[in-house]
Design a binder for this molecule. Sequence first.
Ligand code: ADP
Ligand code: MG
Length: 538
Amino acid sequence: MAAAVAAPATTNARSSKTESYVDNKRRDDIRQANILAARAVADAVRTSLGPKGMDKMISSATGEVIITNDGATILNKMEVLQPAAKMLVDLSRSQDAAAGDGTTTVVVLAGSLLRRSLTLLSAGIHPTVISDSLYKLSVHAVDVLHSMAIPVELSDRDSLVKSAATSLNSKVVSQYSSLLAPLAVDAVLSVVDPEHPDLVDLRDIKIVKKLGGTVDDTELIRGLVFDKKVSHAAGGPTRVESAKIAVIQFQISPPKTDIEQSIIVSDYTQMDRILREERNYILGMVKKIKATGCNVLLIQKSILRDAVTDLSLHYLAKAKILVVKDVERDEIEFITKTLNCLPIANIEHFRVEKLGHADLVEEILIGDGSKVVKITGIKDMGRTTTVLVRGSNQLMIDEAERSLHDALCVVRCLVNKKYLIAGGGAPEIEMSRQLAAWAKELIGMESYCIKEFAEALEVIPYTLAENAGLNPISIVTELRNRHAQGETNAGINVRKGQITNILEENVVQPLLVSTSAVTLAIECVRMILKIDDIVTVR
Ligand code: ADP
Ligand code: MG
């Protein structure tokens, strides 16, 4: 085999000896530089893996500080310039899109596979052979994962909660997992459409963040929440029962012309006329609105002119209409879906059939004197839900939101693909064991490569143990033994610091997270291996 590989090299060398030598060296150097840069990125997040992983504090040039444990967030915020290293950042982002969780795992796996690739390259194996072996490995690895999977029903709420809790375990907000995990499950299940039981659109779950209280005060709200006050300059209502709600995209204020202009008024009668016109204009609008029975107005934010003026608020208050202004443009879709109503773009189109109905709209005081507007008891409510996240400081709230996103994604994965798998390093060690056994049946270079990569998968249990302060070598060795004896669900119990049946510890994760981590990591490594030159274009 070695002779066969060496043969083309000698013919090459004969034709142009020095050139080929220099050329190959350059390619090797570039490949090596790429691998080293990518591995540096993987090493940066390695310590964050697992329930006992460390958190990172990211401070940006603008002075913004973030504390997080989420691989995708850490890498996203890092300013990586080397193109191969950027691929690892993208890798974590793709895992985030595909599965939502396992963003650290995928990068750590890729780092370990790259490290082994370097060993194989330096042993003189051609990158194409390595890359092809990796492809075969990924197909086989997914099969192994499938064979370990446990089917789960959506009615089995307990299992869903357990897997959401596993993803929250490793977060800064892990102490609140008993609250957030069931909340995530309820939120996702409430937006599943019976007509498409496999699909969840996370845009149907809105997370509203409000400073104050603790994460414990986070709640799920069947309805809408606005993180703002009611606009009631002139003593308008702040609570409306059996509300008829209009979402409007026009303003209740005097119109402005497109061009900058000024009118000079020279006498009082003319001024009176202008004011009267303005009053009539606004009064006309308010009357039209009132005529439909509407008693709650949600007004879209406008940059052209004020959504309401003091005068219009005065008339609206007289008509007992509750006003919430400055609703963001991109929230309109969610709001109309929830309220089951239509947005109204012009006063001429203000009709009763476009209104939404709810039992109660009220401004409530929460925590430290701040107010939110809540709409509850919505009639024919669309399949959406709102989560009001609370926290004592902005860092905590932001991290709670990111962690909740992971938990929501985990439940979404289970809705997409209804299989669970054990966590705690069990799937990785089982893959490693079965792939190593398979490698023995193969011949040639492939066998050698696959054996090497099978070992690379052990990085996950190794790192989990390392981050938990255990002795990684003895833990991984014991884990390997237990799996060899047929205990496929033996994993690292980080709380007890020993190997136990990890299913009994309730550490489970969606199959989709593991399969997508393995396939995406392998895809990325193959791509990096195939690059042999960097061409910069300006
Ligand atoms: P990621 O960003 O990749 O999701 P995490 O920091 O969430 O990274 O760690 C996930 C890993 O931690 C998974 O391999 C999972 O099996 C493992 N894990 C989570 N909770 C536990 C636990 N209680 N005991 C052991 N392993 C756990
Ligand atoms: Mg996780």
